[in-house]
Write a protein of this length. Structure first.
Length: 338
């Protein structure tokens, strides 16, 4: 099979596309012929090894433990293990190959991947392979951000900062599905994308600083974390909730060794004394629960995946560079089936 491989941490241009044996699924696994796999920031971090601290969080200190990048995917089941009962041959499925943490390579940038049956579901019927593959990783983060930490409820005034990225756009749609009044913040070339996603109000961050506005918000979901908490509090209701994701803009924010982690940890410490910051929870629900929620949202028409562009496996480095440029209006996807 064709697969993208990473021999070391470094520039995306060092990635190679090679022929490897097709993996053999274990008793609790299925073999999926991958039609599409998403290109997202966590993959960029593992490939470049930046910030360096992430190498200590599962990916491998000197070299990656898993050579094939990628985490989420959509494709067709071609073989099933002896203990598999929930998935059948020929099913079109989507899912995420990783168990919990996402700063490791998950092996989905290949023509085939072997995945545990509890990490995938039948695809939403309304989505293509290219659309479905973009939901798992970003969608799990968005559900944790909006529902678990933000506790967004009907009637809440919600602001999503960095709303046009993979996580942000899903946060907008999930908050709208839950009945919130949503203000979305991003660049001037993405305002129509945010309106199409259902945002009630849009703000162009290049011409307006939302922290200096007159509006007040019950929940602020902050993807880039590019404002101080003191600035955020100007527009956060006294009983409001602030949730930070901490995307460091492909090394442009934060530091080379620790990235945005010090800022996130500082906020976690403040959570003990400030009810506006949710106390961190290191528990995660089973992956299937998140995938079911995403499937239900997609099948109900509340979530739609916007694909900016697709690249073949051989152009994986170009796909990553396009993602990191910030020009993408929607998700970037690798495809294996022409």
């Amino acid at each position: 099979m064709r697969a993208v491989v990473q021999d070391h941490y470094g520039p995306t241009s060092d990635l190679r596309c090679v022929d490897l044996p097709v993996p053999v699924p274990g008793p609790d696994e299925v073999l999926v012929q991958v039609h599409a796999a998403s290109v997202h920031p966590d993959v960029w971090h593992v490939i470049t090894g930046r910030p360096a601290v992430l190498r200590l969080m599962g990916s491998g200190v000197r070299t990656p433990k898993q050579r094939i990048p990628g985490s989420d995917f959509a494709g067709t089941v071609t073989a099933v293990g002896a203990n598999v009962t929930s998935i059948a041959l020929g099913d079109n499925v989507f899912g995420e190959s990783l168990p919990v943490i996402q700063w490791i390579n998950g092996g989905t940038w290949a023509e085939f991947v072997a995945v545990r049956q509890d990490r995938l579901l039948p695809m939403p019927t309304s989505l293509s392979f290219e659309q479905a593959c973009t939901l798992p990783t970003a969608g799990i983060i968005a559900l944790q951000t909006a529902r678990e930490n933000g506790k967004v409820a009907a009637g809440d005034r919600v602001l999503v900062n960095g709303a046009a990225g993979g996580v942000g756009l899903l946060c907008v749609q999930i908050a709208k599905a839950d009945g919130a009044i949503v203000t979305a913040v991003d660049g001037p070339d993405k305002q129509d994308l945010l309106r199409d996603a259902g945002a009630d109000h849009v703000i162009d961050y290049t011409s307006e600083d939302f922290t200096l506005g007159d509006a007040s918000y019950d929940v602020i979901l902050d993807i880039p974390g590019n404002h101080t908490f003191a600035q955020i509090r100007r527009v956060l209701a006294l009983d409001g909730t602030y949730v930070i994701v901490g995307h460091d803009q492909y090394g442009r924010e934060g530091r080379a060794v620790l990235g945005s982690i010090p800022k996130v940890f500082a906020l976690m410490a403040r959570a003990r004394f400030n009810p506006q910051i949710p106390r961190p929870s290191f528990r995660s629900r089973p992956k299937l629960e998140y995938l079911r929620a995403l499937k239900e949202l997609a099948d109900a028409g509340h979530v739609r995946a916007v694909v900016d562009s697709t690249f073949p496996l051989e152009e994986a480095s170009a796909a990553l560079d396009h993602l990191a440029s910030g020009r993408a209006r929607g998700r970037v996807v690798l495809t294996t089936v022409s």
